[in-house]
Ligand binder design. Structure first.
Ligand SMILES: [Mg+2]
Length: 177
């Protein structure tokens, strides 16, 4: 397993990030992890907080797309409610389905950003697809068992990256340019 992860920016939560950060970075498509990035893995329907954030992105001219490793039915129900595209059973960290989606919709990688709460899956897929990625903390404390396994690697690696200055805060980047 390659542990040499590259993170473009870190945010405590997606909800902390001002939408202008994405537009400033030239983002036109935001690929958003669902579980523990937008909402709990138990939810079939988005919370009001998620609905509002997604709408703010759309208002700013950014197209949000849900990218989840979870199974189709729930992910589709969730994203249909928001009336946005989704890539379900995305098999992150493998970049295949993401790359296929971008190709099919004629989207160039430099207009895309990925955001997610896991180094192994979200950051792994972003790195493999050569797309900038924002890493967040998980928004609720509960995880599925598969995710709990990934966290064993995630926590120490995250700590090390933090120490090495490899998790630049989005606010610092936002303020710089
Ligand atoms: Mg997640």
């Amino acid at each position: 397993m390659c542990l040499n992860r590259r993170v473009f920016a870190y945010a405590k939560s997606i909800y902390d990030i001002e939408i202008q950060f994405f537009t400033q970075q030239g983002v036109e498509y935001l690929l958003i992890d669902l579980d523990n990035t937008l909402d709990s893995y138990r939810l079939y329907y988005p919370t009001l907080r998620a609905i509002n954030y997604i709408n703010s992105l759309i208002d700013a001219g950014i197209k949000p797309i849900i990218v989840s490793n979870n199974r189709g039915k729930r992910v589709k129900t969730y994203s249909n409610f928001l009336q946005i595209d989704c890539i379900s059973q995305a098999m992150k960290p493998f970049p295949k389905k993401i790359i296929e989606y971008l190709k099919a919709n004629d989207i160039s990688h430099d207009k895309v950003m990925i955001i997610g709460d896991q180094l192994m899956t979200d950051v792994g897929a972003a790195n493999a697809a050569n797309i900038r990625v924002v890493l967040t903390d998980k928004i609720v404390s509960e995880d599925q068992w598969t995710t709990r396994f990934n966290r064993l690697f995630d926590r120490p690696l995250r700590k090390r990256m933090e120490k090495q200055g490899k998790l630049p805060n989005w606010r610092t980047l936002y303020g710089k340019s």
